[in-house]
Design a binder for this molecule. Structure first.
Ligand code: FES
Ligand SMILES: [Fe+2]
Length: 386
């Protein structure tokens, strides 16, 4: 049963996910997206920082991704500098080698038998809908995948990853703030169909929160917010992708790098098959080419935040909506000072999630177990509702 909600309280730190904090403990109870699958080649190893902890993510020759502690247990060299050998990784400093389970299996300059005493920490890693997920908590992970793939046919594609310079909660909350669309995305007109102001309401579910945006027409847009920080919503095509594929269903994963930075790991489902899928792919290649030629969305957003230009100056950017979103959300500051806000009726979704989060983090802080979250069922679906 879902516990009762407390009044909106800022008595608990909602934003930190460092190890040992209530937020860090809460987030570590879920599978979290940590990378885009196609950004990690077989045989490649990369450093990765998630919730203020450092790891090395590598992909073995079989294609299986693996996540291990960042530093070699010998003398602390960063393991991403080494070599992936089959499913193993070898440290570049003195050649110690670790298998996929973290056991040391070779120490070229040591006595036989020493390596049996050495291990490196590993974490469970799986892939779903083009993203790499890890479980960073204690004990056994929850069921995988953390949320269902869409039931309809179509293309599933993960977007290039953005690293956004602010706390994850700001951007997760923004997805509960449907009113922003009519203002932030007005320049350029990418969300013109959503320009009337919805009446927002939200309710807690066993897996997170369902949010409604009721329009003047009576239609209701339905958005799903999966605990701890995923939003599933139907959105307009990116700039330049109009006319093919229609509106897409996106799964927006907000994963903290540390308390002041986070990743946008987005995967989407485009309901196209056959010839329309081919047309979509062609247009997508053109979009990615334009994107490669343009300044990165983050750089443009940082310029706008610094007063160098306005939205009207960057309307041709292929990731205009992303530029606009980063500028306002990271523009709130690295960690938005929520004690200074004046929340109103349109913030009903944000208020609802903060109460849920505050209840869970207070529970953890008091040593209680908190809610037993369920995995979202496949028949809970977002609706376009415009
Ligand atoms: S530090 Fe890695 S083998 Fe020595
Ligand atoms: Fe937005």
């Amino acid at each position: 049963m879902t516990p009762a909600l407390p009044p909106l309280s800022l008595g608990v730190d909602l934003t930190s996910t460092r190890p040992g904090t209530p937020g860090g403990t809460f987030m570590r109870r879920f599978w979290l997206a940590i990378a885009r699958g196609e950004d990690l080649m077989r045989g490649e190893a990369k450093p990765i920082r998630i919730m203020s902890e450092d790891y090395v993510l590598y992909r073995g020759i079989s294609g299986q991704p693996r996540l291990i502690a960042q530093r070699c247990p010998h003398r602390g060299a960063p393991l991403h500098l080494g070599w992936v050998e089959g499913e193993h990784i070898r440290c570049v400093y003195h050649g110690w080698k670790f298998d996929g389970a973290g056991e040391c299996v070779e120490q070229p300059a040591e006595d036989p038998g020493f390596c049996r005493k050495v291990q490196i920490a590993t974490r469970p890693v799986r892939e779903h809908m083009g993203l790499v997920f890890a479980y960073l908590g204690e004990g056994d992970p929850p069921e995988f995948p953390p949320y269902p793939a869409p039931p309809q046919e179509g293309l599933i594609e993960a977007w290039p990853v953005e690293r956004v310079p602010c706390n994850y909660l700001q951007c997760f909350e923004n997805t509960m703030d449907e009113v922003h669309v009519a203002f932030v995305h007005a320049p350029g007109g990418s969300h013109r169909a959503m320009s009337d102001l919805p009446l927002i309401s939200a309710e807690e579910t066993g897996w997170g929160m369902i949010r409604y945006g009721k329009r003047k027409s009576g239609k209701v847009r339905v958005t799903l917010h999966y605990a701890p920080a995923v939003t599933r919503v139907i959105v307009p095509p990116l700039t330049g992708m109009e006319g093919v594929g229609g509106w897409t269903e996106i799964y927006f994963n907000f994963t903290p790098v540390d308390d002041e930075n986070h990743l946008w790991l987005i995967t989407h489902h485009v309901k196209v098959t056959g010839e329309s899928a081919t047309a979509y792919r062609r247009k997508r290649v053109e979009y990615l080419e334009r994107r490669a030629m343009a300044p990165p969305a983050l750089d443009v957003a940082l310029d706008l935040m610094a007063g160098k230009g306005r939205f009207a100056d960057v309307l041709g950017h292929p990731d205009l909506a992303i530029v606009q979103d980063i500028a306002v959300q990271a523009g709130q500051g690295r960690i938005q000072d929520r004690s200074r806000e004046h929340l109103g009726r349109s913030d009903a979704g944000i208020i609802a999630w903060r109460r849920i989060l505050a209840r869970e983090l207070s529970s953890i802080a008091a040593g209680r177990s908190g809610k037993a979250w369920r995995r979202p069922p496949p028949d809970a679906l977002p609706e376009l509702g415009i």
